[in-house]
Design a protein around this ligand. Structure first.
Ligand code: NAP
Length: 298
């Protein structure tokens, strides 16, 4: 019997957004300890622009052809041998490579139960952005009560989680937003919002999170504003600047899911599109014409 096929967004070579192809490929089969997940959605992450251009070679383990997508939100379709704790029908999420496809395979222990308070498609907003925000706020930033924190790039996907987590930690949060993001950022509950396109950024910060791929000169200008800069974007050449790469963490995903189910963490979706919108999204994002979390339904 021929293997079942599924639709996937793949690249066979590095280049501009035109290298993204939509192909019918064999549906993966779960091995020992793995599950096959019927994808509800993945999400668009700006870091995939760098991946598509070949800039992440040597940083991530990538072989071509490569299926795009890092965020997994879906339902277990089939459990491989030896899987305990997950069964067909379970709604899950995780940070897994190759999720811009109708099905994805993941190790069962890489996944966490999806929150139930939001649609499963919106859950795809959580893994990359939520875990990166958690790393920035807690692991790298050490943000705690009473600290003055500047979050530059709060209008983006990571910023959405970072502002809320820093506020929960008890910090005084100053978020930056261009006019297009101002309302959405205010809804996250910061103490102050600064329009980085029109006003200088305030100094005297305990922690500065730079979540925006700013020009190098702007990045350098962030260095004197606070004792520590935690950046997920443009490298900043300062002795107190720390850079990091986020990995999957199902225990933290479970904590994020619990906060969402308790109504203590909001997931705000900016746009939702089908898989075929990916090349256009890549082009718009490269031109600076996207903001916030963008869901890709499958
Ligand atoms: N280290 C890691 O593991 C890791 C993981 C994921 C992502 N990243 C990186 O982290 C960065 C943020 O990711 P994201 O998904 O949150 O991206 P995003 O959704 O594109 O958000 C970035 C936001 O920054 C704001 N912005 C743009 N130019 C700015 C400027 N000059 N000054 C201040 N703010 C500006 C924009 O909001 P407004 O202009 O509307 O205010 C934009 O929405 C990206 O560079 C991404 O590659 C790193």
């Amino acid at each position: 019997m021929p293997p079942s096929l599924m639709r996937a967004a793949r690249i066979h070579e590095y280049g501009d957004a035109g290298v993204i192809r939509f192909e019918d490929v064999p549906r993966p089969v779960p091995g020992p300890g793995e599950v096959l997940v019927r994808m509800a959605a993945t999400s668009f992450n700006v870091s995939e622009i760098g991946l598509r251009k070949g800039l992440l070679q040597g940083i991530l383990d990538i072989t071509l052809p490569h299926t795009l997508g890092w965020d997994l939100a879906g339902t277990v379709e089939e459990a491989g041998p030896g899987v305990t704790g997950l069964a067909p029908g379970d709604a899950v999420h995780g940070l897994v490579s190759g999720t811009a496809a109708e099905y994805a395979v993941a190790r069962a222990d890489e996944l966490a139960a999806a929150p139930t308070a939001i649609p499963l498609e919106h859950v795809a907003a959580i893994p990359v952005a939520g875990l990166t925000a958690w790393n920035a706020v807690f692991d790298e930033g050490g943000i705690g009560p009473g600290q003055r924190v500047l979050i530059n790039g709060a209008g983006g996907a990571i910023g959405m989680f970072a502002v809320q987590l820093a506020k929960r930690a008890g910090a005084h949060v100053i978020a930056t937003a261009a006019p297009r993001s101002r309302e959405a950022v205010w809804r996250l509950g910061p103490d102050e919002v600064v329009d980085y396109t029109a006003e200088p950024l305030p100094g005297g910060m305990d922690v500065v999170l730079n979540l925006a791929a700013v020009p190098e000169a702007d990045a350098a200008a962030l260095a004197p504003l606070g004792k520590l800069i935690v950046t997920a974007a443009t490298p900043i050449d300062a002795p107190h600047a720390r850079h990091f790469t986020t990995g999957n963490d199902p225990a933290r995903l479970a904590e994020l899911a619990a906060l969402i189910d308790k109504g203590e963490l909001v997931v705000d979706i900016a746009e939702t599109h089908p898989l075929t919108a990916l090349p256009d999204l890549h082009r718009r994002a490269e031109a600076g014409r996207t903001r916030g979390k963008i869901i890709i339904t499958l």
